[in-house]
Design a binder for this molecule. Structure first.
Ligand code: 1CP
Length: 342
């Protein structure tokens, strides 16, 4: 029996959509907090294959999601390329910045990234042995634009201002950086697939700030390049694209990039997305994460409305973005029960 997520990704309309959740291993779970404390800090957890496996499995044991997503972070690629990376408690990631040719020239050659990333491949290998037979293993990476926004600014930014400034003022350097990240991402995802990832997802969390021709050049084109390179070696491995807050950019995204599924954020209505995006194939999404905090009848009604809107085509149920640390684990169970039992 083929796994439900793989059936949806192959274009099958299922009576009940399979379900997993962005950031399903995370700080809303007490068992995650305990393992993270054992690891010491977040990056030590990412690079410890046994503990990273443990936190990946925690939401599978608790809820029986249809997919597990590798526990790692999109910022491991910059670190593997030679950027300094650390996390400031309560604030988020910090990186050494890349704003000049001299900064760029200090990046490591592609062949050297695996030195840093080997523990991640080991996590994937352990997971592919330990996961229940019905659970799909999803690998992932950040999309080049989103990763570049962190490498240029040295931190998360509300409007990606520093990355847009470099794009305008030193376009050749900006494009060279995007190309380097694209190549590293291809190698990184190929290694995850060879270690046992059955699906890969490309997170373009900041795609929404690219407009017009910039969206085409810096969101669509890198996703197309990565997908083509993966498919050339592993044609049967499905790719999920997530150009978050792309709005009208969701229309035609799958055709333009070759991805098998488009993940939707909750700024688009499911009815609109069914008519404009699901017509081209599988979609994933798109319940607002706040329902995992607020719960109640509103959660149930909204979950039912999303399932119904996407019921005439291939659909994987998910949130529109990651679950937040203040979420109530019981609301996650209520969402799952509503999806599975109507
Ligand atoms: O304190 C902690 O334990 C760290 C919180 C945390 C977690 C649980 C971070 C720091 N990263 C992660 C794991 C993670 N990150 C996963 C694991 C799999 C899962 O369960 O989903 C994945 C897929 C990511 C991807 C990721 N990291 C993205 C893309 C998706 C998204 O949320 O938009 C981004 C933008 C990051 C960067 C990052 N890492 C961590 C934080 C707090 C951030 C966001 C920084 C910012 O505010 O800009």
């Amino acid at each position: 029996m083929t796994k439900t997520i793989l059936r949806a990704l192959a274009g099958e309309t299922l009576p009940t959509p399979p379900i997993w959740m962005m950031r399903q291993a995370g700080r809303y779970l007490p068992e995650y907090k305990a393992t993270r404390a054992e690891a010491g800090d977040f990056l030590s957890l990412c690079y410890n294959p046994e503990l990273a496996t443990e936190v990946t499995l925690q939401p599978i044991r608790r809820y029986g999601f249809d997919a597990a997503i590798l526990f790692a972070d999109i910022l491991l690629v910059p670190q593997a390329l030679g950027a300094d990376l650390w996390f400031v408690t309560g604030e988020g990631p910090r990186l050494s910045t890349i704003t000049t040719q001299a900064d760029f020239d200090k990046l490591k050659p592609l062949a050297d990234i695996h030195e840093t990333l080997n523990p991640v491949y080991e996590t994937v290998r352990i997971l592919s042995r330990e996961l229940p037979s019905e659970t799909t293993l999803i690998g992932f990476a950040g999309a080049p634009w989103t990763v570049a926004t962190y490498m240029i600014a040295g931190r998360g930014t509300p409007d990606q201002g520093p990355a847009h400034a470099l794009r305008e003022e030193s376009n050749a350097l900006f494009e060279a950086l995007l190309d380097r990240i694209t190549e590293a991402t291809i190698d990184y995802l190929l290694m995850q697939i060879e270690a046992g990832a059955e699906v890969v997802k490309i997170f373009d969390s900041w795609a929404g700030s690219l407009k017009g021709d910039d969206f085409r050049k810096y969101a669509l084109e890198p996703a197309r390049k990565i997908t083509a390179a993966l498919k050339a070696k592993h044609p049967s491995i499905p790719v999920i694209g997530f150009p978050r807050e792309a709005g009208d950019g969701y229309i035609g995204f799958a055709k333009a990039t070759g991805v098998d599924c488009v993940a939707l954020d909750n700024s688009v209505s499911p009815e609109w997305a069914a008519a404009n995006v699901q017509v081209d194939g599988c979609v994933q999404g798109n319940l607002a994460s706040r329902h995992m905090v607020t719960g109640g009848q509103e959660l149930v009604d909204e979950t039912r409305a999303i399932v119904k809107a996407f019921s005439n085509g291939p659909h994987i149920f998910n949130l529109g973005h990651g679950i937040t640390p203040d979420a109530d684990p019981e609301n996650v169970q209520l969402m799952i029960d509503t999806v599975r039992n109507g």
